[in-house]
Write a protein that binds this ligand. Structure first.
Ligand code: ATP
Ligand code: MG
Length: 393
């Protein structure tokens, strides 16, 4: 008999009229995620999602790890299975919950019985198993109100299940429930974290990377592909867009005053991102910018960058965070080690010696006015390479 997983969605977004819609998104995202892991059946009853292995080889611990990366679930619980017999259920509870039962003073048992043919009522089964647990663990007594531990029993179609405290799920909202956005993905520490945080709010992502070959190498590009692959368990499948950026950077160097190089380059990034957004039904641009971190992240610099956009908001989830907290998050989601590999980014190509940190929008616009802006943007967009991430199964 196979153990199973039980997942509870975050309560907040299930309260509204869109409950069915959210549940469907959760179901699809969970199924897609588990396809990478093995053969599992996913079902939903009364806002609890059940993951049951459909063959002996399916690895439930791997499924648990994967399920904990799916946004929208508040908790994940592993439940042990046994035959549908009161004595067997009590023995399993005594055995499976040994560590927890030994460490608590009070507990109660709650039963859900979806198999109505089971001969005992839910209350009778709870009382019976509660009695057996109290006998086995004299340190713990049954207490209905506010006990330290709630032991859950479920009597379902194929088996009975016992479980105790759940572990936290990924939180957030189901990806796809809050529209789509372009996310600017460099090879650095910040942008994988900003992408993760916006995906967590239920947003499907279109990652975009600006690539300045040969100033930045194939290894730098591979690093971004690897980062996108590391994000995919959270974000779901994505199509990474690699934008050829060399000609634009060379033109900026040839035509514009050095102090404005980075600012003008960032305005080109935004224009191209906006074009990609328009073609992919995206409603925002996400960046890993962080106030005051570098010369191009002052408020004036950000204003000059964002001034080229007239429709799209720029989402900067890291704007007020400390670097140490960003790094802690990068470690938690598993992107840090890849991010610190020492490959250059296009932002470090042609870096001005004395960058403008407090520009006005007008002076940056004037500094770039000699360039064929539309032509360069169109040329870059026409040369985009698309790499599908997570479409293997
Ligand atoms: P990161 O660690 O994400 O690279 P950063 O602190 O190095 O950020 P910048 O280099 O100024 O800061 O870049 C700010 C943001 O602009 C990045 O977080 C990212 O969203 C975007 N960005 C920078 N370079 C690129 C690039 N080559 N391709 C795509 N986006 C980029
Ligand atoms: Mg960077």
């Amino acid at each position: 008999m196979n153990d199973i997983l039980l997942l509870k969605p975050g309560e907040v977004f299930l309260k509204g009229l869109n409950k069915r819609y959210f549940e469907e998104k959760l179901m699809n995202n969970l199924r897609r995620r588990l396809k990478h892991v093995g053969h599992f059946q996913v079902s939903c009853r009364q806002s609890t999602f059940y993951v049951e292995p459909t063959d002996e080889k399916a690895e439930l611990d791997a499924a648990l790890r994967a399920a904990r990366q799916v946004f929208g679930f508040a908790t994940v619980t592993r439940a042990a299975a046994c035959e549908k017999d009161a004595d067997a259920i009590a023995r399993l509870a005594i055995d499976y919950l040994r560590d927890t039962m030994q460490s608590v003073k009070t507990f109660k048992v709650e039963t859900k019985r979806s198999d109505k043919r089971f001969p005992m009522t839910s209350i009778a089964l709870s009382q019976y198993v509660g009695g057996r647990l109290a006998e086995a663990y004299p340190n713990a007594r049954a207490q209905m109100h506010d006990p330290e531990l709630t032991v859950h029993l479920e009597v379902r179609e194929l088996a009975a299940y016992v479980h105790a405290a759940p572990v936290p799920g990924a939180g957030g909202m189901p990806v796809g429930s809050n529209g789509s956005a372009v996310t600017l993905l460099s090879g650095g520490i910040d942008s994988p974290v900003s992408s993760y945080l916006i995906a967590k709010r239920g947003v499907r992502l279109v990652p975009v990377h600006f690539f300045s070959f040969p100033y930045t190498s194939e290894l730098a590009k591979q690093k971004v592909i690897d980062l996108a692959k590391l994000l995919e368990p959270y974000t779901g499948r994505m199509t990474l867009q690699i934008v050829p950026f060399t000609h634009i950077q060379e033109e900026i160097r040839r035509c514009c005053p050095e102090a404005y190089f980075t600012l003008i380059m960032r305005r080109f990034m935004m224009r191209i991102a906006a074009d990609i957004a328009a073609h992919n039904d995206c409603k925002a641009i996400v960046t890993g910018e962080n106030l005051g971190q570098v010369a191009s992240q002052t408020m004036e610099a950000m204003a000059s960058t964002q001034a080229v956009l007239d429709q799209l908001p720029v989402l900067q989830p890291l704007v007020g965070m400390d670097k140490t907290d960003i790094i802690a998050l990068a470690r938690k989601i598993g992107t840090f080690e890849t991010s610190i590999l020492p490959y250059e980014d296009c932002c470090t190509v042609f870096t001005p010696r004395h960058p403008k940190t407090h520009p006005t929008v007008a002076e940056v616009a004037e500094a770039e006015a000699v360039m064929d802006i539309d032509g360069l943007v169109q040329e870059a967009v026409a040369g985009i390479e698309r790499i599908r991430i997570g479409y293997e199964c």
